[in-house]
Design a protein around this ligand. Structure first.
Ligand SMILES: NC(=O)c1ccc[n+]([C@@H]2O[C@H](COP(=O)([O-])OP(=O)(O)OC[C@H]3O[C@@H](n4cnc5c(N)ncnc54)[C@H](O)[C@@H]3O)[C@@H](O)[C@H]2O)c1
Length: 317
């Protein structure tokens, strides 16, 4: 009997403690205690980041890590760029990696590619053998063989191949719809000022200011990626989210529009079973000639904060 009452008393004390903790967490002071605790836990799990490429995105990420990294548990393991001179004046000497093939010496926990699909092809598998890999140029995955190799490498080494959402809106919703078996179709139209395109092959044509709107391509994302590898990463991320459709099943349309001098536009149309549909229009402020819209930088930073290991798979972040 005595024991039973004792157990009841203990139970009551525990309930009181739980209620007190809950109340504390709900209060303003509780929220700041929780925030501090999360920050400390994050800082304890310091992640070393290797940045591959020092163009617009690479420079932004390096600056962010140097300025804010400590707060969010990130520090630089190395920075690589094919032109080393661009690094010398702004990156501490000890962080400069001269030969990319020597990246394993720097023991990065996560490697971020922000230069060109060629580098994904040449080094992607090796990166995954040593670190989590955030692939900034997912258009590279339109090559079915490379796509397969990277997925296999992620699984084999139990490391995550991260795909940043970039300018894609609702990627995780597309993924959920796809996983539930309800996704039927997906098309993505990207419209930009012609000075913002880096096109190869037949798509590269002369343009004149004031010419207006011109459809440059409409077809599968698989066919488009090799023609505009730097401009259609958003479509590539969409094709990865819509796994059952894939690069061959997602439609991509590329539009040149001299009227779009202030922003890039991404229009998405998702269709599902029983007449389900979603249409989104995203306007991403961008300077004339900029390949990357300004909101995409913040989006990349948020994606990097997620890269702490999600097992041997592809993960949209
Ligand atoms: N996922 C997305 O949503 C998204 C958004 C914007 C840009 N990107 C991609 O990220 C990458 C970087 O974008 P950015 O705006 O910083 O571009 P950027 O042109 O400013 O910089 C690219 C850098 O990579 C280097 N580079 C180019 N080709 C190379 C090659 N073949 N080998 C080695 N280095 C090479 C350049 O010298 C430069 O330093 C590009 O591939 C771009 O397409 C992806």
């Amino acid at each position: 009997m005595h024991c039973w009452f004792g157990a009841e008393e203990n139970g009551r004390q525990q309930t009181c403690r739980l209620v007190r903790t809950f109340w504390l967490l709900c209060s303003e002071r509780g929220a700041s205690v929780l925030h501090l605790w999360v920050r400390n836990v994050m800082a304890e799990r310091q992640m070393a980041v290797g940045i591959v490429g020092y163009g617009h995105l690479g420079q932004y990420l390096v600056e962010q890590i140097l300025a804010e990294g400590e707060k969010v548990g990130l520090h630089l393991a190395f920075v690589w760029n094919r032109n080393l001179e661009r690094l010398r004046s702004s990156v501490p000497e000890e962080l400069i990696l001269e030969q990319l093939s020597n990246f394993p010496d720097r023991s990065a926990d996560v490697i971020v590619e922000v230069c060109h699909p060629h580098i994904v092809k040449e080094f992607g598998e090796m990166f995954l053998a040593h670190a989590q890999f955030l692939v900034g140029s997912p258009s590279a995955l339109s090559d079915p063989q490379l796509n397969r190799q990277l997925r296999q490498a992620a699984e084999h080494h139990r490391r995550t191949l991260y795909i940043p959402s970039g300018a894609l809106w609702g990627g995780q919703d597309i993924q959920r719809l796809d996983h539930s078996g309800f996704l039927k179709g997906l098309s993505v139209r990207m419209s930009k000022h012609p000075s913002c395109f880096r096109l190869v092959g037949d798509l590269h044509r002369d343009w004149t200011e004031g010419e207006g709107r011109r459809v440059l391509f409409k077809g599968t994302v698989a066919d488009l990626c090799p023609l505009a590898p730097n401009n259609v990463n958003t479509m590539a991320a969409a094709a990865i989210a819509a796994e059952s459709l894939g690069f061959d099943g997602v439609t991509g349309e590329l539009v040149s529009d001299t009227g779009l001098s202030d922003y890039h536009m991404v229009e998405l149309e998702v269709t599902g079973v029983n007449g389900f549909s979603v249409t989104t229009v995203r306007r991403n402020p961008a300077q004339l000639g900029a390949v990357t819209g300004s909101a995409t930088y913040k989006s990349f930073w948020s994606s990097l904060l997620v890269c702490r290991g999600h097992g041997g798979r592809v993960y949209l972040c």
